[in-house]
Ligand binder design. Structure first.
Ligand code: PLP
Length: 422
């Protein structure tokens, strides 16, 4: 913002507060906290509920999908998702309905049993370190906290994490892993560049059993006609002599049904054998009826892309509404910046330093629930009190439009309050 005299700042603040109070009088009740699909998005997958249909419960190989067995997942499902996952079908495992649960299991198994290439379970390392690009996904950080990992924040850039910082941290033998959301990252929308992926695949790690937790949650979740491609991390790591470095995760939570989709693990042959050995103790077999449903509903990779184009038509106007409100109300505040994601589920706002908490408080008073300030940092501690994560997917477009106006006003008011107090 251009330098203002105390008088003009006072006028700007008074005007914004008046606008804010008018909004408050509307008695809104809107929720922009979590990146959940809307009911209309879920309706796109209603066809799943009548499948497999016609009493045809047999898999391609003639196995009865209603029965036990098939720990790795039906081959036809693994083939259906191999392009999306950038992994050959033999190196994919189909889990149940949540990729977060698979990440949880991998962390627990690594701690208790160790992983291929390691000489001891991770729990033998006191407070093992985990690299956390920030801002990042709160539930990743919650897993670290749950199991006693030492979070190591590194800054995100438009190309992925700050790789100089990552390489320096990874050289420490007590650092065991790193979170990566390589495409349309939560919450900034960043897409990892070829250079970033190459450095991740080739970097020297202090721990021989270091793992990239490559959480490709938004692999096909474009918000524009451009389908960004990300590097094939499995091949890059194998070529660099680190075939076991990546653990790949993804799910159909935001493709089909968020509570009743399919989750995937993929990795090197050694990692897949390790995973299957563990999971075989945990279950007598996954829900293969749901797997059959997904094959018959989505059919092939083009079917996935067509389905995602329909999702985009519902989601894109909501993102546009938020961006329009931010542009309109905050364009003149130089210290406030926001992302313009081309995919994924979030817009990340860098509010003026020291105002994110105040913004959330102001929004609450308007009846708009926002993700708590700090949630995108390990331990909920954003050292600059700066980042706000906006999740426009769930409410209707009309509600998003209203909420976005309100949120932009709150960001503006908090910034003007801060400038006035300075
Ligand atoms: C980066 C990321 N990973 C994983 C998940 C959760 O995925 P799932 O529903 O497969 O557990 C989310 C949900 O918001 C996410 O943003």
């Amino acid at each position: 913002m251009p330098a203002h005299t105390p008088e003009t700042l006072a006028i700007l603040e008074a005007r914004t507060r008046e606008h804010y109070e008018t909004f408050r009088a509307r008695g809104l009740k809107l929720d922009m906290t979590r990146g959940k699909p809307s009911p209309e998005q879920l309706d796109l997958s209603l066809g799943l509920l009548t499948l497999p249909g016609n009493g045809d419960y047999l898999s391609e190989a003639g196995d009865d999908a209603r029965n036990y067995g098939g720990t790795q997942g039906l081959p036809e499902v693994r083939r259906l998702f191999q392009t999306m996952l950038q992994a050959p079908a033999e190196q994919i495992v189909v889990g149940e309905n949540s990729s977060l649960a698979l990440m949880h299991d991998c962390l627990v198994w690594a701690l208790l049993k160790g992983v291929p290439g390691g000489s001891a379970p991770w729990s033998k390392t006191p407070a093992p370190g985990f690299i956390c690009p920030v801002p990042g996904y709160d539930r990743h950080f919650a897993l670290n906290e749950e199991f006693g990992f030492r979070p190591l924040p590194v800054a995100m850039t438009d190309d992925g994490p700050d790789m100089d910082a990552v390489e320096a941290l990874a050289a420490d033998p007590s650092v065991k892993g790193m979170w990566c959301v390589p495409k349309y990252s939560n919450p900034t929308g960043a897409v990892y560049s070829a250079r970033t992926a190459h450095r991740l695949a080739t970097m020297k790690t202090g721990a021989a059993d270091f793992r990239l937790f490559w959480d490709n949650a938004y692999a096909v979740h474009d918000l524009t006609p451009t389908r960004h491609a990300i590097p094939d991390i499995l091949t890059l790591c194998a070529e660099a002599g680190h075939a076991d470095r990546p653990f790949l995760f993804a799910s159909t939570s935001k493709i089909t049904l968020a509570g009743a989709g399919l989750a995937f693990f993929a990795g090197s042959p050694a990692n897949v054998a390790w995973y299957l050995a563990r999971v075989a103790k945990r279950t007598v077999g996954p829900d293969k009826l749901n797997q059959l449903r997904h094959v018959r509903f989505l059919k092939d990779h083009d079917g996935i892309l067509r389905h995602m184009a329909a999702q985009r038509r519902l989601l894109a106007p909501k993102f546009e509404a938020v961006l329009a409100a931010l542009d309109r109300h905050l364009g003149d505040l130089g210290q406030v910046r926001w992302t313009r994601p081309e995919g994924g589920y979030f817009i990340s706002v860098d509010a003026m330093d020291g105002t994110a908490r105040r913004t959330v408080e102001l929004a609450r008073a308007l009846g708009i629930a926002l993700t708590p300030a700090g949630a995108t940092w390990p331990g909920n501690q954003d050292p600059n009190d700066r980042v706000l994560r906006l999740a426009p997917s769930f409410p209707s477009v009309e509600a998003v439009r209203v909420a976005a106006e309100g949120i932009a006003l709150c960001i503006r008011l908090a910034a003007l309050e801060k400038l006035r107090a300075a």
